[in-house]
Design a binder for this molecule. Structure first.
Ligand SMILES: Nc1nc2c(c(=O)[nH]1)N[C@H]1C(S)=C(S)[C@@H](COP(=O)(O)OP(=O)(O)OC[C@H]3O[C@@H](n4cnc5c(N)ncnc54)[C@H](O)[C@@H]3O)O[C@H]1N2
Ligand code: MOO
Length: 400
């Protein structure tokens, strides 16, 4: 049986490039950029006024002038109108381009305007104040975004400001989620006394949706021929197959055999971890990767967070996320020689430390417990006693 670290390495070695496509910039949120973006002009494009008020030449202040004749009023977007004498000012609005012969803006709160004259109410004026200089942020033609950049709201504003209406982004792999097991019925159906609803499939679909990936959900019965036929179709029509269930030691766990018969090479089966020990991973010669997660809900959930998302991010060209750490808030013990993924509830204390309180639940079938937690804490297999105050990596699955 391999370790978590070995499993992770094999999975990341099998990250693939699914190419790129063009999308509208305002539909690109959450996608990964696949091109350089340059500025089409300086940012700001002109000396931009940052306060509503009057614009003067600072020399007037040095000469002791404190009353100015208002020469013109200039809104944002207007062609600048200049002063002709040092005792003149321009009434000017935030976002306007500062005219050449003025260099200092005094906000309305610090002036009194009466009969076409503006009188200064303050002597605290700095030369050049209240303007955002042309090119201070970025220069024309400068590369401002590079491939591998996650498209966030801030990135959308940047590409909009430089006039990019379409963006080249990484293509997202096509994923199918397959559940298996004759005990599973559709969510809208009424299960018999010993059946349950197919909750895993929708949980996995929702995790992927959080990553901006729309996956198709399908169900296959515990019937070796149908399993093989359905898997065969999926191998032709998708880039990734995510399975949950049917991969352990049970008499009806036909999936590993079906995958073998379909020439999907097993890259590993079983990882030294709980939950998720029976995790199976493989790849077909046509490039399709198969993540076969154990059916227990917490096992499927954990494996998707711990292995599939890093694989997806690597395949999209995102740089690996930095490991996050938290402080264990209570003593905890776990004896088996397995890496343990402890469900925790997180909060920041007044010292700014991230504290992780164990919320253990009733094992990997207890998906009700998951709703009360925020992250898995990764407890190393070399240890069995974990003390309050010790720090371990966490895998966050809810926003804090
Ligand atoms: N003899 C052994 N038995 C088991 C072992 C083992 O090492 N030796 N490992 C256990 C562990 S750990 C896990 S995890 C499970 C994994 O088994 P499978 O991947 O074959 O999963 P199933 O048996 O099909 O299902 C397990 C459990 O999860 C429920 N399930 C499955 N799919 C869904 C779904 N889409 N939605 C909701 N619930 C689902 C299923 O009904 C079962 O209760 O094996 C242990 N056994
Ligand atoms: O991996 Mo299983 O999830 O421990 O129950």
């Amino acid at each position: 049986m391999i370790t978590v670290q070995q499993a992770e390495q094999i999975i990341l070695e099998n990250a693939a490039d699914y190419g790129a496509e063009i999308v509208l910039f305002d539909e690109a949120l959450g996608r990964v950029l696949a091109e350089n973006i340059k500025t089409d002009r300086d940012l700001p494009a002109f000396n931009r006024v940052t306060m509503d008020g009057i614009a003067i030449n600072f020399k007037a202040v040095e000469q002791g002038i404190n009353m100015f004749t208002i020469k013109a009023t200039q809104a944002a977007g207007d062609i600048p109108t200049d002063i002709e004498g040092i005792d003149e000012c321009i009434e000017i609005m935030t976002g306007a381009a500062l005219p050449d012969l003025v260099d200092t803006v005094i906000r309305y709160e610090d002036v009194e305007i009466k009969d076409g004259k503006a009188t200064l109410l303050t002597s605290e004026i700095k030369k050049g104040q209240n303007q955002h200089l042309k090119g201070a942020d970025k220069k024309q033609g400068e590369i401002i975004l590079t491939p591998g950049q996650l498209i966030t709201p801030a990135v959308i504003s940047l590409v909009a400001s430089v006039g990019e209406t379409e963006l080249r982004v990484k293509r997202i792999p096509r994923v199918v989620i397959l559940s298996s097991g004759d005990e599973l019925v559709e969510v809208g159906a009424t299960p018999s006394a010993y059946q349950i609803r197919r909750s895993n499939s929708y949980m996995l679909q929702a995790i992927l949706a959080q990553q901006g990936l729309k996956a198709l959900v399908k169900h296959i019965p515990d019937e070796p021929e149908i399993i093989k036929q359905q898997l065969g179709l999926c191998l032709q029509n998708f880039d990734v197959i995510l399975l949950s269930g049917g991969i352990s030691m049970g008499k009806f766990d036909y999936i590993p055999q079906a995958l073998k018969e379909l020439q999907v090479a097993q890259l590993f089966h079983k990882v030294q971890q709980r939950p998720g020990k029976p995790f199976w991973f493989g790849k077909h010669s046509n490039g399709v990767v198969v993540f076969a997660f154990p059916g227990n809900p917490i096992a499927s959930f954990m494996c998707t967070q711990r292995y599939f998302i890093p694989w997806l991010n690597a395949s999209l060209g995102l740089s690996p996320k930095k490991t996050m750490y938290a402080v264990l808030a209570d003593d905890f013990s776990f004896q088996p020689q397995l890496e343990y993924y402890l469900q925790v509830k997180l909060h920041f204390n007044e010292q700014g430390q991230l504290l992780a309180a164990p919320v253990e639940g009733n094992g990997s079938g207890d998906f009700a417990n998951l709703a009360d937690t925020d992250a898995f804490m990764e407890l190393p297999l070399e240890k069995s006693e974990f003390k309050k105050g010790e720090v371990y990596p966490i895998w966050l699955f809810n926003q804090l």
